[in-house]
Structures are given as structure tokens and as C-alpha cells.
Ligand binder design. Structure first.
Ligand code: 13P
Ligand code: SF4
Length: 358
């Protein structure tokens, strides 16, 4: 029963003390979040994994790429545990290493290889969204590239344009497009790469003129948001403040009042002095939690049909109990461990992100 699980989790956590730290992404359900020592967006949780060096185990209530990142940034003797190994991210799976390598080869043919131009900049710098596998981060690291999250994408793109004439951005086309557009890059300068076709279906000139080459990935949760939902919210709630995640399609971000990472959304609501109506375009567990925490505001999800991230939802308290109790028995279950050949360049790409300052 839920009470029994609650008792087991609390008992195991108390007995483990500082030996284990539980991290919870904002999209986790409340039944899991209640046990998290740190709750945050993907950037904050990545840094939490590095700061808590004393814990021997980091139990990551989130999705696979987040646990891999925690493994990359934590100490060699710390085990990162993903309570349910089936908690992946469909967007991260959309950038397959073979496809990315094929794309890179074709771009290199068009751009004449990895040689700096007269201005000292490389023809293209690869940038991967945090929501990608360690293999992809390793690829990026080996080619002078960098990782970004939704909270630092424009800072990272600026970093990349100091070093490259163009950016290859993956996996999320929407974050790439929204961020590049906000930097003044026109849609004509952002061709999309489609795997399996020569030059992604683009002509050479288009790729030459590109500033950002986009990848076809998207988030199945955030692509559900529409401008019609925003129109309805504005009609029904005059004065509503519409805030969406930058994984939403460009017309939705353009129609919203603001866009930002999950922690940006949290801060925007916390910072509102007057009672306000907020329509939010992001995952439902976060929206419902914010609504419960801020009864002085009216907070609702733009999508009237509940939209959880189905893979985040795969972390159930039962798995957390199993992970904690196994640790007490001296057993590490579901350890996420990135092989050293990939880890070294992947870490380099992450460290460039951590060092890139706005
Ligand atoms: P944040 O970086 O905003 O936490 O987003 C992570 C994510 O998976 C959004 O879909
Ligand atoms: Fe992946 Fe979207 Fe779920 Fe985030 S919300 S973990 S991007 S599927």
C-alpha cells in the first residue's frame, strides 16, 4: 500500500543518512518529489550531482539522460541510480549517434572539413541539448562542441558563434529554432537536417548560408501545445500571463508572453507580487504542484487534456523503495555508468557549458 511504501522509504532514507542523495526533476509526480533532497530543472540537478560529493549513491528520479549526466559530473566512486531503467526520453532517442555522424560527414563535405576559416572560426560547432544520450555528448565533445539546457541555450549559442560560423543543433528543433530566432537569425538561415537523405534534403547553397542547422527531434509533451489554446486562455481569462517552455513549437512561444525552463516558470510565479492568472505550457505535474503551492494565484495548464511526460512517470515510489533498500543490503541496483571512452569527451562538452557565462 501507499502507506507501507511511505514508511519503507522514510525508514531506508533515515538509515542511509548522508550515504544517499535523492534528486527529483520538476516533472516527477508529487508521490516521488516528497522524498527528494534536491528538486530542480535539468541544469540545477546536474550541478547538484557535482556538489554532493560525500554521498556514495545519487538516486536520480528523472530520466535516463539526466542520470547519465549525473554520472559524468559526479565522483568516480559515486554510483548514480535510475530507479526504473525504462524511464527514457523520446526526444533524446531522436538523435541517434549513427545518424548524427552521417550528418556530420555530409556537412564536412559541404564545408570543407574541420579547418578554421579566415576569421579563425570553425565552419560549424555542434551543440547538443542536455536531452541527449552520453554518446551524443561525447560526439559533441570530440568536435569542439558544447551542451546546453533550456535555461542557458542563448548563452551557449553565443559561445558557439564565437568559435564557429554555424551551429549544428540537436535533438530539439523547437529549442534550436526558438533560441536562434530570439538571437535575430531568420528562418531561412535554419534549414532542418533530415536523416537518411543526402544533405538532409537541402541543397549545398542552403547549407552554406545556414547559421543554425536544426535536427528533426521534438518533445511529444510540449509539441501538444497550440496557439488556439493560448487564444482560448486569453479570451476566458483577460490579463492572463502565458508562460511556455521553449520546447514548444515556435508559433506557441511567439504567442506566449514569456518562455523559459522549468525553473524559470517556477521563479516567474514565485516572483509575482499581485494575485495573477497564469496559463502554463509545460508538463502537468509541475503545473499542478505550482498551483497547489500558490493558492493566491490561478494557475492552469494550457492543454485541457492532461499531459504528463509518460517516461518521467515511470519512476514510482516502489522503485525508489527498492533502490534505497538495496543500498542498505549493500547492493547497487540500476546503476547508470558511462564508459570512459565516451565519458571523457562528454564531460568536456558539459564542462564547457558550466564555464560558459552569460
Ligand atoms: P528543464 O531543463 O527545463 O528542466 O527541461 C527538461 C525537460 O526534459 C523538459 O522537457
Ligand atoms: Fe523528454 Fe519531453 Fe519528457 Fe522532457 S518532457 S523528458 S523532453 S519526453
Amino acid at each position: 500500500s501507499a502507506e507501507e511504501l511511505d514508511r519503507r522509504i522514510r525508514a531506508a532514507k533515515a538509515e542511509l543518512g548522508d550515504r544517499a542523495v535523492v534528486l527529483g526533476h520538476f516533472y516527477q509526480r508529487d508521490e516521488v518529489i516528497q522524498y527528494a533532497d534536491h528538486v530542480g530543472d535539468s541544469f540545477q540537478l546536474a550541478t547538484a550531482a557535482t556538489a554532493r560529493t560525500e554521498a556514495e549513491a545519487i538516486i536520480f528520479c528523472g530520466v535516463h539522460f539526466m542520470a547519465e549526466t549525473a554520472d559524468l559530473l559526479s565522483g568516480p566512486d559515486q554510483a548514480v541510480i535510475l530507479p526504473n531503467l525504462a524511464a527514457g526520453c523520446s526526444m533524446a532517442d531522436m538523435a541517434d549517434i549513427d545518424q548524427v555522424e552521417e550528418c556530420w560527414e555530409q556537412l564536412m563535405e559541404v564545408y570543407g572539413g574541420e579547418t578554421p576559416g579566415v576569421d579563425g572560426r570553425m565552419p560549424v560547432i555542434p551543440v547538443t541539448y542536455m536531452n541527449s544520450s552520453a554518446d551524443i555528448k561525447g560526439f559533441v565533445g570530440r568536435h569542439g562542441g558544447i551542451v546546453c539546457t533550456s535555461s542557458n541555450a542563448s548563452t551557449v549559442l553565443e559561445w558557439a558563434f564565437e568559435r564557429g560560423q554555424r551551429v549544428l543543433f540537436f535533438p530539439d528543433q523547437h529549442l534550436g529554432r526558438n533560441t536562434a530566432k530570439a538571437m535575430g537569425i531568420s528562418l531561412d538561415e535554419m534549414p532542418m537536417w533530415n536523416p537518411g537523405r543526402p544533405l538532409g534534403g537541402n541543397d549545398e547553397q542552403t547549407l552554406h548560408d545556414a547559421k543554425v542547422v536544426l535536427w528533426h527531434g521534438f518533445c511529444s509533451v510540449h509539441k501538444r501545445f497550440t496557439t488556439a489554446q493560448i487564444d482560448t486562455a486569453r479570451a476566458e481569462h483577460p490579463g492572463v500571463r502565458v508562460i511556455v517552455h521553449p520546447e514548444c513549437p515556435m508559433p506557441v512561444v511567439d504567442a506566449a508572453d514569456e518562455s523559459g525552463s522549468t525553473d524559470y516558470i517556477r521563479r516567474a510565479i514565485e516572483g509575482a507580487a499581485e494575485p495573477t492568472t497564469f496559463a502554463i505550457g509545460t508538463e502537468i505535474n509541475l503545473v499542478q504542484r505550482l498551483a497547489a503551492q500558490h493558492p493566491q494565484h490561478t494557475i492552469f495548464c494550457l492543454d485541457p487534456v492532461v499531459c504528463p511526460c509518460s517516461t518521467m512517470y515511470r519512476i514510482h515510489p516502489g522503485y525508489l523503495a527498492w533502490a534505497l533498500e538495496s543500498l542498505l543490503d549493500g547492493e547497487v541496483i540500476n546503476r547508470i555508468s558511462v564508459g570512459e571512452d565516451v565519458a571523457e569527451p562528454a564531460r568536456a562538452a558539459l564542462e564547457r557549458m558550466l564555464a560558459a557565462k552569460p
